[in-house]
Structures are given as C-alpha cells and as structure tokens.
Design a protein around this ligand. Sequence first.
Ligand code: HPA
Length: 241
Amino acid sequence: MSELAIIGGTGLTELEGLEISHRQVLQTPYGEPSSPIFHGRYCGKSVIFLARHGTKHTIPPHKVNYRANIWCLKELGIKTVIAVAAVGSIHPDMQPIDLVIPHQLIDYTWSREHTFFDEDHVTHIDFTHPYCESLRSKLLATQVDFKIHSEGVYGAMQGPRLETAAEINRMERDGCDIVGMTGMPEAALARELGLCYATCAVVVNPAAGRGAAPMDEIEKNLIGGIRQVRELLAEVIKDRA
Ligand code: HPA
C-alpha cells in the first residue's frame, strides 16, 4: 500500500502520468473528502492522489473539507503528504513559476473547521516548525534545473477574494514571503494526526500591489509552474524505497 499522498491544488486537479489502478469514494466522521482517492503508480512507485478543490475545481478554499481530506489519508495508512498549492509572491526574489518549499507559515484564516481536537480532551500540538523537515529536505535535495526557494513564510488568507495592497503590505511587515488560501488548516490538521506534511508552492502571480498579472498570464504561469511541480514530484518519488 502507498504511504505517500499528493494533495493537488489549483492547476493540479489530476496528476498527469499517474497510472490509476482504482478510485475510492470515502466517507469520514467529518463528511466527504474533496474528491475520490486515486490510487496508482507514479514513476513506478505507488502514490495516492486527492484533488483539494474537487476533480472539477469547484470547491473554493474556504469550503474545502480539510478535516475529511486529512482524516481519510490517515485512515488509508498514509505517512507522508506533499501538498501542492498556487500562491502569490510577496518577496521580490520569488517570481512567477518559481517553486517555494515554505519553512514557516502565518495563519490569517478564520471560521474554518481547524482541529480534530475540539471535543472530550484538550490537546495542544507542537507547531513551532509547521512543516516536516525531513520531507522538505527530500524535496530540496532533488536535481532540477529550475528555481526552488528553500525557505519561505506562507501567509494563509481566507479568500476567496484576493488581498488589498494594504493587506499585502501588512503581511510583508509580518514576514510573509508568499500568500495563498489553502495552507491552513491543512498543515495543522496533518500535524494533529502525525503525518509528515510539506508544501510545494507554485508562484503564479505577484501579490496585490506588487505588479499586475492579467488572467491569461496567471494561467500561463500556472501551466509552467505545475510542469515544474510534476518534474519535482517525479524526482522525489522515483527515489523512494
Ligand atoms: N493571494 C492569495 N492566494 C493566491 C494568490 C494571491 O495573490 N495567488 C494564488 N493564490
């Protein structure tokens, strides 16, 4: 059985190259996950794939059932999760189609179901380092010929609207390098269930007030960025035991 799952975000509703053996529709105590679970082989290794926004990209960031998604991966025996997410760039060095493997995050989301630990007992997970360092290291040890930023602070915003220029200025003062809408509570829920979780962020636009990007350019960046993500995933996966 596969112990690696990939959660695909915007631009990655299916994992091209995944030889699907079967798809599984699951229920959890928290409801239905965003998509069926796709079991298959990628670069010869078994992998599970889940589309965060649904297979038709219909679930907005604030409506994603993060608890059901993470719960069902745990139930399936998954130990490691690579989460792919499109982001805007705040840091001037992070340019469209660059990949960023964030090392920290700041959560600005609100009113999302953000914990498994809200009944019966009080549990405080250690979240000092929100991403799994060993998985980050594996992602960063790959030999690829495009830009991957080895660190970055991910600011998770509520969405679905994009930010104001003032909000991005505040995030920059807070230390955020990139901004997205799905990084939380996903990362914290994965930690609550003891999963080794890291994010591969794809820069698709400069954040609000940092340079305009028309829609067609964002789409082009998404296609180029996701191509790089697939290359990175292939490198990481083919070396797995
Ligand atoms: N802001 C928030 N989320 C995003 C952005 C952005 O600019 N780009 C891609 N996801």
